[in-house]
Design a protein around this ligand. Structure first.
Ligand SMILES: Nc1nc(O)c(N)c(N[C@@H]2O[C@H](COP(=O)(O)O)[C@@H](O)[C@H]2O)n1
Length: 279
């Protein structure tokens, strides 16, 4: 159970990580606050993973779920839930990581090209949500050295876990089929949340963007302008640009850990296991 363990904070060097705060920044799409990654659960259209996560707090309150889901802005969806926090389901703190992991899996299954591409651009670097005051979901900048962030970074860690899952299971059944969580009252609008199965949708997406010549069994990408192809080309250009920029901006590392507040904190690098696999 999450509550029985203390989550360990980690120290991150921003210049070695993929950091996101604002949704319009390079890695902003990793934030639950990002729009452009719509979801459908039990046939209900939900505009962001934030709205889905917040709605999961209130399985017994259809009215609150509806208020959250009908909000256009993800941030407002979170804010609108605040006055109702006392109605949050009882065991929330012990299941919120599981719920967030599930929300991210749905985001990937239903936005495979866009979100997968974004995960790819993070290579194998630590992913960190740069937060002003939330050192559980994100990590907070050190006042003396803003290159240093410290926090549990739960969202960043779940995204790294998802990236690993994506790299190991790309185009597989597991990516496109997301089972509901095995917890009581995992409900939306009074009905149990059902399995999400995006296989047919993804297949028809692929078919739409391929020319299938059934006479000689050839499969061609339409005029080289298929969405998949174009996105992959764009991702390559973007990655090259990121690499070029980070090569250019290689500068001597700032002095590390001179600040006594952070001296004994664990430093996270891309070699540090930082997943939540046991939850
Ligand atoms: N207040 C706020 N502003 C942002 O810009 C954020 N990215 C977040 N963090 C996100 O809030 C969600 C969790 O909220 P609660 O645990 O219900 O407070 C989660 O998506 C964080 O990533 N918060």
């Amino acid at each position: 159970m999450e509550t029985s363990r203390k989550h360990e904070g980690k120290l991150y060097y921003a210049d070695e990580c993929c950091v996101f705060r604002k949704t319009k920044e390079l890695y902003g799409g990793l934030s639950n606050m990002a729009s452009g990654f719509p979801l459908i659960v039990n046939g209900v259209h939900i505009l962001s993973s934030e709205a889905l996560y917040q709605a999961c707090r209130f399985p017994d309150r259809l009215d609150i779920q509806e208020k959250i889901i009908k909000e256009r802005s993800p941030m407002t969806a979170k804010m609108i839930s605040k006055p109702f926090r006392e109605h949050t389901r009882d065991e929330w703190d012990s299941i919120r990581i599981k719920i967030m992991r599930w929300c991210l899996r749905v985001k990937l299954a239903q936005n495979f090209i866009e979100f997968g591409r974004l995960l790819e651009t993070t290579q194998d670097k630590p992913i960190v949500e740069d937060s002003k005051k939330d050192d559980f979901w994100g990590a907070i900048r050190d006042k003396e050295n803003p290159n240093i962030l410290y926090g549990v970074n739960a969202l960043g860690r779940l995204l790294m876990e998802l990236r690993q899952f994506y790299n190991q299971n790309r185009y597989s059944y597991e990516i496109f089929v997301v089972e509901p969580l095995n917890i009581a009252n995992f409900d939306l609008y009074g009905h149990p949340i059902l399995r999400i199965d995006e296989r047919l949708k993804f297949l028809s997406f692929i078919k739409k963007h391929l020319c299938i010549d059934e006479n000689n069994n050839n499969i061609n990408i339409k005029n080289n302008t298929s969405v998949v192809n174009k996105k992959q080309a764009e991702a390559k250009v973007e990655l090259n640009t990121i690499n070029a920029v980070s090569e250019k901006s290689k500068k001597p590392k700032p002095k590390k850990n001179t600040n006594t507040n952070i001296k004994n904190k664990k430093i996270a690098t891309n070699k540090t296991p930082q997943l939540f696999s046991d939850y």
